[in-house]
Design a protein around this ligand. Structure first.
Ligand SMILES: [Zn+2]
Ligand SMILES: [Zn+2]
Length: 314
């Protein structure tokens, strides 16, 4: 399966500021020596050696994941503002996909804000399936798209829409399976696991990890053990996690501990704090990797920052 991170920011969209763009350009110029600029090859090499926080950005769109388990349909996990990037990418690829399976972790703004602007919703040849364990999903989505909050209401969507309230723990989807588990978060939240051909990908945003989540209970083991990739809420530093107890998010160190506990090979720190710029994000990644290395005698986790546009192939 192919997975793309379309929106990785938490809470509110966080565009790159003009000051940030200027400071990135200034930092590049400061580092360049005349020999770096002498040929196309040297320029290429120079750029490839720049730190990610200078020659790149973590991304400012809110939660949205695109997964392809088959040719005919797209699975979407949350509809934050990253949904527009997802649509742009589909149109750029001239992909003629007409079926979308959209799963919601929960309905806080940062996870639904992209939906009114998702062009596929206005295409009568498209079919959209919405899924959530929350029985009030349809009411919530309809209530969110009303005047004066938005110029047109939910019935303006021309796509064929089906609502599915999830029951049980697991279901089949085109190309594979999906399962879900409840997480600790204000108003609740669900993590999802996609499985195909023995590979598994878990999306666990807006999760405040608690002691019970580390218990090796049958439910935790069945869901998390030996997953190939885990996108996990790591909005806070450890200090902030103490200060913001009960705000519904986790620290990067708890995320690392959790991935180690369940033998997860690749961890993507996700739902980035909107106040943090690329340099701060890069320092969080370094600290998380240092923290992983010092967890001696335990299986090592490959820790990455979730970066907008990144593709995970499983
Ligand atoms: Zn959120
Ligand atoms: Zn939330």
């Amino acid at each position: 399966m192919n997975i793309w991170l379309r929106g990785v920011r938490g809470s509110s969209p966080t565009p790159l500021t003009p000051e940030a763009v200027k400071s990135k350009i200034a930092a590049v110029i400061q580092r360049a020596k005349p020999s770096d600029l002498s040929s196309p090859e040297s320029r290429e090499l120079f750029l490839s050696r720049l730190p990610d926080y200078i020659f790149g950005t973590t991304g400012g769109n809110t939660s949205c994941i695109e997964a392809r388990l088959c040719e005919e349909s797209v699975v979407i996990l949350d509809c934050g503002t990253g949904l527009r990037e997802l649509e742009k990418s589909i149109r750029k690829r001239k992909d003629s996909v007409k079926e979308f399976h959209i799963f919601f972790s929960h309905f806080h703004y940062d996870h639904i804000l992209g939906l009114p602007y998702f062009g596929m919703m206005y295409d009568p040849s498209v079919t959209v399936h919405f899924y959530s364990p929350y029985p009030k999903m349809e009411e919530i989505l309809r209530g969110f798209m009303v005047r004066p909050y938005h110029p047109v209401d939910f019935d303006s969507f021309n796509a064929t829409i089906h609502f599915h309230v999830l029951k049980g723990r697991r279901m089949k989807i085109p190309g594979g399976h999906i399962s879900w588990i409840k997480r600790s978060h204000p108003n609740g939240s669900f993590a999802y696991k996609l499985e195909q051909n023995g590979k598994s990908f878990i999306y666990s945003t807006d999760t405040e990890l608690r002691q019970a989540d580390f218990n090796r209970s049958p439910a935790n083991i069945e869901f998390f053990e030996n997953a190939d990739a885990l996108v996990l809420d790591a909005q806070y530093t450890l200090g902030e996690a103490f200060e913001k107890y009960d705000w519904g998010h986790s620290s990067y160190s708890m995320a690392v501990d959790f991935a180690i506990e369940f033998g997860i090979s690749d961890l993507y720190l996700f739902h980035h704090e909107p106040l943090y710029d690329d340099k701060k994000m890069s320092s969080i990644k370094r600290s998380a990797r240092w923290y992983t290395h010092r967890s001696k005698g335990k299986p090592e986790v490959n820790v990455r920052l979730a970066v907008e546009g990144f593709e995970i192939i499983l």
